[in-house]
Design a protein around this ligand. Structure first.
Ligand code: ACM
Length: 384
């Protein structure tokens, strides 16, 4: 007897609100993978059908929609969330109903849930590399600027501790702004940056206000070749919201940039632009959203069942040839082995890759090992 019922999965990415630019890219990365899976015959002949809602960049709406997906739409697996505040709102729901959440976003680490698969970078796969690179090339004195919620607080704490490993390392300022902050809010901070004179700024600002931060930096007349902004969340999507040239010269650490030249990346970008046109911008969270759907489909093709207890044994330890390279879900902590990279924003609004890992880096969400020197062993320098 064969089951030909469609497989319905929940999809929660924000199409409105302050993180909608990156949310729409995650949604489209998800839909691209679903279309590829269905073109290839679905999951064991069963069509994969997304049930999508817009959580409006609001954690309480994420929680309500996750509950609706589980209790009304009867889905077993949910793909979604960008801000850590939204993930923290959804986790109690998936834990209560014993369902599975795939989360395709870098985050602050220090978390484990048996009901979550984390496919974005943990701090040992982006913050350590960025701290090492910035302190070696610009100096150890940092000024921290973030949006007002959990990821920036925690990520800044980690960066603050990492720079202290360097001689002369210092945290010269730490400021938080509302999620809808504008250039005026950042102007006052830029005045304080001038006074403090750090070696670099670490930005944990997310979403629409990112463009306002870089605009305020440019208006203040600072030089990215002397005192740049370094970030984990300023991706191609946020750069596309800046006026031309405003982001040039600043740095981001991420496992994925559009400029990666693997065959898998070139092919998936071609398919993406053919399908969705040029008005959405692939980035690290788009890529994770894309490959995690393929990981799910491959695991379910083996088990024929999407309930968490059947799916997890097939999923944990599984690998996929992703646009960034061959990735793997680490069974002991549900995070993903990824390839750290450092990119610098160029005049096309893309990233020139300056350093990249030659081997995947094991996820260590609790930063058990956090020595700044570790990562260079597996990295190549492409350009300085
Ligand atoms: C984030 O909030 N994890 C970017």
């Amino acid at each position: 007897m064969s089951n030909t019922d469609p497989v319905r999965v929940g999809v929660l990415f924000s199409e409105t609100g302050v993180t909608s630019t990156i949310g729409i890219s995650q949604l489209r990365g998800t839909l691209l993978a679903i279309e590829e899976i269905n073109e290839g015959g679905g999951i064991g002949g069963r069509e994969l059908v997304p049930v999508c809602y817009d959580p409006q960049s609001t954690p309480s709406v994420y929680a309500a929609l996750a509950e609706h997906l589980i209790t009304k739409d009867d889905v077993k697996v949910i793909f979604g969330c960008y801000m850590s505040s939204s993930r923290k709102a959804v986790i109690p729901i998936v834990e209560r109903w014993n369902r599975l959440l795939f989360y395709p976003t870098l985050y602050e680490g220090f978390e484990y849930s048996n009901n979550v698969i984390y496919t974005g970078a943990a701090p040992n796969q982006n913050s350590i590399q960025l701290a090492e690179f910035m302190t070696a090339n610009f100096g150890p004195r940092v000024y921290l600027i973030g949006s007002d919620y959990i990821y920036p607080y925690e990520s800044n704490r980690i960066m603050g501790e990492l720079v202290l490993q360097r001689q002369g390392g210092q945290k010269l300022g730490e400021r938080y702004v509302a999620l809808d902050a504008d250039s005026k809010d950042f102007k006052a901070i830029m005045d304080d940056v001038r006074r403090a004179a750090p070696d670099f700024i670490f930005s944990t600002v997310v979403g629409d206000s990112t463009a306002a931060l870089y605009r305020a930096y440019a208006d203040a007349g600072f030089d990215p070749y002397k005192m740049p902004i370094a970030s984990l969340t300023t991706s191609e999507a946020e750069v596309s919201q800046m006026e031309p040239g405003v982001g040039d010269g600043h740095f981001t650490a991420a496992p994925y940039f559009q400029s990666i030249t693997t065959e898998e990346n070139i092919r998936s970008l071609e398919r993406f632009y053919r399908r969705f046109g040029n008005d959405s911008v692939p980035n690290l969270c788009w890529e994770a959203a894309y490959f995690q759907m393929h990981l799910f489909a491959n695991a379910m093709a083996k088990t024929g069942d999407d309930s968490i207890d059947t799916l997890l044994p097939a999923l944990l330890g599984s690998e996929y040839q992703a646009p960034q390279g061959r990735i793997r879900i680490e069974p002991s902590n549900h995070h993903t082995c990824l390839y750290p990279r450092i990119g610098r924003i160029n005049h096309d609004g893309l990233f020139t890759i300056i350093r990249e890992a030659t081997r995947p880096v094991y996820p260590d969400p609790y930063l058990v090992t956090h020595s700044l020197g570790d990562w260079t062993i597996s990295m190549t320098t492409l350009e300085t």
